[in-house]
Structures are given as C-alpha cells and as structure tokens.
Design a protein around this ligand. Structure first.
Ligand code: NAD
Length: 256
C-alpha cells in the first residue's frame, strides 16, 4: 500500500498483544523491518521472529533497558525510522478509591514509558540528522474524562502533552510526532476492562459491550486493524505535513 515503508525500521512497544500486535502485522505486510518490544517477551536481546521481524523483552518503565534496546535496534537493524508506542496498561477504580499504586502504574507505563522511548529514539535521530516518525498510541481518554479511569485518563492526557511538545521541538530536525486516539477497540485490555468496569457499576461484561456499541456513531466497536491503518498512514509520505496531532480513531465517538 505504501511503497516507501518497505525496508523501513519500525520499533513497536506493546507489540505482543492487541493494538501493538496489529501494528506489527500491518508494517510487516508493507515489507518493513519490525522490532516488537514487550514486557511479555523473555529475551533481553533481539530474537528473530517471522521474516523481517524481531522480538525483544522490554519494560518501558526502565530507562536503562529502554536505552539498551534502542541502541541494539540501531546497531543490529540500522536506526529506527518509525516508533509506535502501544505498550500500555489500565486499571479501573473510582477516583475516591484509586490507590497510589494504581496511579503510579498508569502514569509509569503509559506516560513515562512512552516518553522515555520516544526521547531515546529522538536523541539518536537528532544526533545523526535523520528524519523519522514518532506515533504515540494515546486514547480518546486523552481528551475526555471516563468514570473509573482517573489514573488512566491522566496518563493519556500526559501523552498528548508530550506529543505536542516533542512535535515542536523535533520539527526542525525532520521528525514528526503524532498520536492516535483510539476509541473502543476489541483487545485483551478492553475485554478485561469490561469485566472490571462492569463489576464497579453492577453490569455484566456483555451489558458493557452492548453499551459500548450503542455509543459509537458508526455502530460498531473498533478492530486493531482500524488503528494499525492510521499508524501506517502517519508513517507514510502522505502524512509528511502533519505533526503534533491527536487523531481520533473512534467511529465518531470523539470529535475534538
Ligand atoms: N483497547 C482499547 O479500547 C484502547 C483504546 C484506547 C487506547 N488504547 C491504548 O492502546 C495501547 C494498547 O492497548 P491494547 O488494548 O492493545 O492492550 P493489550 O493489553 O492487548 O496490549 C498491551 C501490551 O502492552 C504490554 N505492556 C504492558 N506494560 C508494559 C511495560 N511496562 N513495558 C512493555 N510492555 C508493556 C503488554 O504486555 C501487552 O502486550 C495502550 O496504550 C492502550 O491504553 C486501547
């Protein structure tokens, strides 16, 4: 679909599951070389996966590990042309019952973790005067409030703040920085949220799923492919004049 993505090196955090896994598949189908980094992988160094794919274990909260993985991708695969940060967590609790531990987990993984890897990729791009693309997976929770999700919502607002700031700082260096703001996407995280969020509100997961569908103007919840297609677009030449944006992929749920 996008010939320019062939052979590009794409680093995807959270690449083992859900949206991140969908992004990995989409870039592999374009002929890109893709490194999937995830807490779920065991190997501390790059391990070969499918053709054109490597996997590596990474906790995005650990700056030393982030620096090590970025350096290894640079040396072994040759730079990072595109970074997609899809590693993320969510916990469900009303604000009056949210623990410090859950607050820290959401902020550490979603906000700090996304920032650290973007910063480490960006410093190498700037040093080497290489163009690049940074695509954060934020959320419509970066633009709205949602019951039971204050820590998560705060973390996603932080990601959009970082998107705008890094976009301004990196623009003179030819690096664009954008965020995708997915709505309700069918992934393991969403399925768990329906169980935990339903329990908070006295609803079954099936009832929450039906409520989810009823809130989407396009009449269905999203797939990981819906999100991955927008990641491809943001990495492509077509999006060269876009930076600092948070693109809603919500079936019309969020329009600002
Ligand atoms: N599913 C949705 O409806 C939805 C909506 C908006 C935004 N998002 C965001 O999309 C991203 C992906 O979510 P998903 O629904 O695919 O979830 P998921 O749980 O299916 O996948 C998340 C992945 O991140 C990895 N991960 C978690 N903590 C990590 C850490 N510290 N270091 C490295 N990897 C770690 C997990 O192992 C997992 O593979 C998240 O940032 C999430 O907030 C999801």
């Amino acid at each position: 679909m996008f010939a320019e993505l062939r052979e590009r090196v794409v680093l995807v955090t959270g690449g083992a599951s859900g949206i991140g896994a969908g992004v990995v598949d989409a870039f592999l189908a374009e002929g890109a070389r893709v490194v999937a980094a995830d807490l779920a992988y065991d190997s501390e160094t790059l391990a070969p996966g499918r053709v054109g794919e490597w996997t590596v274990g990474l906790d995005v909260r650990d700056e030393a590990a982030v620096a090590r993985v970025v350096a290894e991708v640079w040396d072994a695969v040759g730079a990072v042309d595109v970074l997609v940060t899809a590693a993320g967590v969510s916990t469900l609790a009303f604000a009056i019952a949210t623990s410090e531990r859950d607050w820290d987990l959401n902020l550490d993984v979603n906000a700090k973790g996304s920032f650290l890897i973007a910063s480490h990729v960006a410093r190498r791009l700037v040093d080497q005067e290489r163009a690049g693309r940074i695509v954060f997976v934020a959320s419509q929770a970066g633009k709205n409030g949602y019951r039971g999700m204050s820590a998560y919502v705060a973390s996603k607002h932080a990601v959009l703040g970082v998107t705008k700031t890094m976009a301004v700082e990196l623009a003179p260096h030819g690096v664009t920085v954008n965020a995708i703001c997915p709505g309700i996407i069918e992934t393991p995280m969403k399925h768990r949220e329906r169980v935990e969020g339903g329990a908070l509100r006295g609803m079954t997961p099936e009832e929450v799923a039906a409520e989810d569908r009823s809130q989407v103007p396009l009449g269905r919840t999203g797939t990981v492919q819906d999100v991955a297609g927008v990641a491809l677009f943001l990495a492509s030449d077509l999006a060269g004049y876009m930076t600092g944006q948070g693109l809603n992929v919500t079936g019309g749920m969020t329009m600002h």
